[in-house]
Design a protein around this ligand. Structure first.
Ligand code: 6PG
Length: 466
């Protein structure tokens, strides 16, 4: 075998799956791993694909086996391990080589690393990979940052291994340095919000309507046939159908309700705020995961404050429309963060294209994304997705249901942080005149901060101290 077209460092779940996917698509792939002992078992399990795979135990031999200019994909834990890896590998590389970080890295780190490698004539690509293990193996969605030089090197491989939506590969070069990792971060923020809204619908049906997990699962499965079709709705419907092998009861009933998070949802919220935005549905979803972890506090609070919840008489149509409205609003909030960041970092993100590469392969893939990409290609008043004619019309149809669901939930004591946040944001944005005049009056009153008047220019103060 000649020199390999690409190297994959890191044979964990995602790295192995991507390497096999590349080999299956006909590329010659060199592989290695920090624990050298992982290489032989990986090759042993690769079957016929070993013909396209070259395993190495030493980093130097792995690098030497690559065609130049080299392309190496690192699938290792983000953070300090990536910095340490770059220090080790950079001296082995030559001008024009590209190093890719395919993990869920913080885009600030990606920008810093890209600048550091650029100073050495090397290229650093932050690439968001979505779709979990099955996606990586058979077709992920990939959000690529970095230089045009790197994209030219990567495009053939990534286009070949990507998921396809009606033939269109779900991968693209989205912008320089941290653009790919930032878009992946926001993808995950939307993922958190969508998951939370689904969990809220489940809670209303379970605790407010007394439906069984299987009945609720069947409802999500029905929803997956219509405008709510999406991977997350599909897997929720399926998961609710499973029983636990130990107790024989529904598996959801034995899963502790304390949700983990690795950080990307939180980063979306932090970056939104830093950019002068607020994605309150994503905030609600991140916050709800944090609250969920306070199991002992909630157990005591249920005793002290009472955990009563009333019955709800919501129809399936109301719930599905409410969820669709919430989903539109969460995507819209995600794209607003992308828009703010694109301006701040001069990435010139193509929002229609981002929606397109999310249509297959990734965790938030959904029927709605096709409509969103169309909306971004059409008339978009103020650049706002919620004002695109098709989206505004859908919100017009579905917001009454969101109101009914949130009102019913709130009245009967059911927590719906994400759906309530969605509605508050919608109601805030549709008022040309809000209540921040009171905030400004207060600020001026206690701190002489001044305010702008509606009727004349300049900075003014109130009559409070006269
Ligand atoms: C994906 C997922 C994937 C993973 C994240 C989020 O797009 O394939 O987002 O990257 O699920 O690690 O996980 P947490 O929920 O643990 O933050």
């Amino acid at each position: 075998m000649g020199k390999a077209q690409i190297g994959v460092y890191g044979l964990g779940t995602m790295g192995s799956a991507l390497a096999l996917n590349m080999a299956e698509q006909g590329f010659d792939v060199a592989v290695t791993n920090r624990e050298a002992g992982w290489v032989a078992p990986f090759l042993a399990e690769a079957g016929a694909l070993t013909q396209k795979l070259q395993g190495f135990e030493a980093l130097e031999a792995f690098v030497a086996a690559l065609k130049t200019p080299r392309v190496i994909l690192f699938m290792i834990p983000s953070g300090a391990p990536m910095d340490a890896m770059l220090e080790t590998v950079a001296p082995l590389l030559a001008e024009g080589d590209t190093v890719i970080d395919g993990g869920n890295a913080n885009f600030h780190d990606t920008r810093r690393r890209a600048a550091a490698l650029e100073a050495q004539g090397l290229h650093f690509v932050g690439m968001g990979v979505s779709g979990g293990e099955a996606g990586a193996r058979h077709g992920p969605s990939m959000m690529v940052g970095g230089s045009p030089h790197s994209w030219a090197q990567l495009e053939p491989v990534l286009t070949a291994i990507a998921a396809r939506y009606e033939g269109d590969a779900c991968v693209d070069h989205l912008g320089s340095d941290g653009a790919g990792h930032f878009v992946k971060t926001v993808h995950n923020g939307i993922e958190y919000a969508d998951m939370q809204a689904i969990a809220e619908v489940y809670g209303l049906e379970r605790n407010g309507a007394g439906r069984s997990p299987k009945e609720i699962g069947a409802m999500f499965t029905r929803w997956n046939e219509g405008p709510l079709r999406s991977y997350l709705v599909e897997i929720t419907g399926r998961a609710l159908g499973y029983d636990d092998v130990i107790t024989g009861g529904p598996i959801v009933d034995v899963i502790r309700d304390a949700a983990g998070q690795k950080g990307t949802g939180r980063w979306s919220v932090v970056e939104a705020v830093r950019l002068g935005q607020s994605a309150n549905m994503i905030e609600a979803a991140v916050g709800a995961r944090s609250w969920s972890s306070e199991l002992s506090v909630r157990a005591v609070a249920q005793e002290v404050l009472g955990g009563d919840r009333g019955a709800l008489g919501l129809t399936e149509a109301q719930l599905s429309e409410a969820f669709l409205a919430a989903r539109i609003l969460s995507y819209a909030q995600g794209f607003r963060i992308l828009s703010a960041a694109s301006e701040e970092y001069d990435w010139q993100l193509d929002f229609a294209r981002i929606a397109e590469i999310w249509r297959a392969g990734c965790i938030i893939r959904s029927a709605l994304l096709d409509d969103i990409s169309e909306a971004f290609r059409g008339e978009l008043p103020g650049g706002q997705l919620i004002l695109a004619p098709a989206m505004a019309a859908r919100l017009g149809q579905t917001i009454p249901a969101l109101r009914a669901v949130v009102a019913g939930a709130v009245t009967q004591g059911h927590a719906v942080p994400a759906m309530a946040a969605a509605l508050s944001w919608y109601d805030t944005m549709r008022q040309g005149c809000g209540t921040a005049n009171i905030i400004q009056a207060q600020r001026d009153f206690f701190g002489r901060h001044g305010f702008e008047r509606r009727d004349r220019p300049g900075k003014h103060h109130g009559p409070w101290w006269d």
